[in-house]
Design a protein around this ligand. Structure first.
Ligand SMILES: Cc1ncc(COP(=O)(O)O)c(C=O)c1O
Length: 393
């Protein structure tokens, strides 16, 4: 197998970079040529005026997004394989005639709709340009440069990059083998704790009781519960919103509402916390089209439930099929599974699947694992057939 590797780096803390992912590109794979071309075009100039914390960063490497029209099966970035509510398009179209006007700065209508759907006080909601923007706002609002931030690992690899930009000191606390909440979070020095639940990339989830306990033990810190995948789980922490003054629950429309391209997320917390976050955000951080599309999607709970249920059913089938093929797969509470072949690097397999037109995610920090987004049944059948071909070939 001839080829080259392309490393994807993340920063654990300012100045220390770790390989987060690596694409192994095979010589006979057309994708190789595309990447070579774009790498050759990239200039290497240094910028003298940049902050050291930023200069030290490679920047977050999101999962590959193929060009529009590429015929690939995309199981690498946990998007929803089904289209959003049919009500979204007309709602966005209706706003096209008002693009000369700024959007509502307080997103009042969207907050009211979200408050009703999530069962929380709209005054305690901050809408973001995706939940990634809300993570930035949380760090800027609650973490002085030099202060600590902590989360269990392995987890969402964007957190360290955002923390490094803020000049925060990252303190990672390893998950135990069973992926319960690590006891170290009770005492780690941190102004802000983030628990991704269900967790990416493990797909595991903790129940609400230990999160509630953590919020109470850690009244000295803000506890962010990143629920990007909670709609695919059996439990969520919405009951803590407003009840625990230091809790912020993050939700997104990118996954369960099929709107990754629209960029809408919600921070759900107390009105007092929301007021502080509003001071830090851009006045018009969520555009007019996004606000309208998001309202329409939230109102259509039937489409949301239908898609969520299909994904949960396919997730069970995918897990069973992977187990039959010798992978170890924890039950997942998200719209992806983590499939492992302990002590074997699956880097080559990812490259082979890529040449079959199937993208899955591989992390250098978890070399024996593939993170596979739950696609449509047809997409999952194609993946399983490719795995069988590769195993016998
Ligand atoms: C754990 C987690 N949080 C947040 C996000 C970002 O969501 P959004 O698209 O709303 O920015 C992702 C996206 O993959 C994620 O995996």
């Amino acid at each position: 197998m001839r080829g080259a590797t392309l490393d994807i780096f993340v920063f654990r803390r300012a100045g220390t970079k770790a390989v987060a992912g690596r694409l192994l590109l095979l010589d006979d794979c057309p994708a190789m040529k595309e990447i070579e071309r774009s790498a050759a075009a990239r200039p290497e100039a240094k910028v003298a005026w940049v902050r050291p914390a930023v200069a030290a960063l490679e920047g977050y490497a999101p999962g590959e997004q193929p060009m529009a029209g590429s015929r690939v099966i995309k199981l690498n970035t946990n998007e929803n394989p089904y289209p959003p509510s049919p009500a979204v398009k007309p709602a966005i179209e209706a706003e096209l005639d008002r693009l000369q006007l700024y959007p509502p700065p307080d997103a009042a209508e969207l907050r009211a709709t979200a408050g009703r759907i999530f069962g929380v006080d709209p005054e305690g909601i901050v809408v973001g340009n995706g939940s990634d923007e809300l993570l930035v706002l949380l760090l800027r609002t609650f973490v002085e440069p030099g202060a600590g931030v902590a989360w269990p690992v392995p987890t969402y690899s964007l957190y360290p990059t955002l923390a490094a930009v803020q000049g925060a000191v990252v303190r990672e606390v390893p998950f135990p083998k069973n992926f319960n909440l690590p006891a170290g979070l009770n005492s780690v020095e941190a102004a802000l704790l983030i628990v991704c639940n269900p967790n990416a990339p493990s797909g595991t989830a903790v129940t609400t009781a230990p999160l509630c306990e953590l919020a109470r033990v850690r009244r000295d810190a803000v506890l962010v519960i990143d629920e990007a995948y909670a709609d695919f789980a059996d439990e969520n922490a919405l009951e803590l919103v407003g009840a625990e003054p230091n809790v912020v629950v993050l939700r997104t429309l990118s996954k369960s509402y099929s709107l990754a391209g629209l960029r809408v997320g919600f921070a759900l917390t107390t009105p007092a916390m929301a007021r502080e976050l509003h001071k830090v955000r851009d006045s018009y951080n969520v555009d007019r089209l996004a606000q309208a599309g998001a309202c329409a999607a939230l109102e259509d709970q039937a489409t949301f439930r239908h898609n969520r249920d299909r994904i949960r059913a396919t997730r069970s089938r995918l897990r069973e099929q992977l187990l039959m093929r010798g992978f170890e797969v924890e039950p997942s509470h998200a719209n992806f599974v983590l499939a492992r072949k302990p002590a074997r690097s699956l880097e080559g397999l990812v490259a082979e699947l890529r040449c079959d037109g199937i993208l899955v995610r591989w992390f250098a920090s978890l070399p024996d694992a593939l993170r596979i987004t739950v696609g449509t049944d047809d997409e999952i059948d194609a993946l399983l057939a490719a795995l069988d071909r590769r195993a016998s070939g």
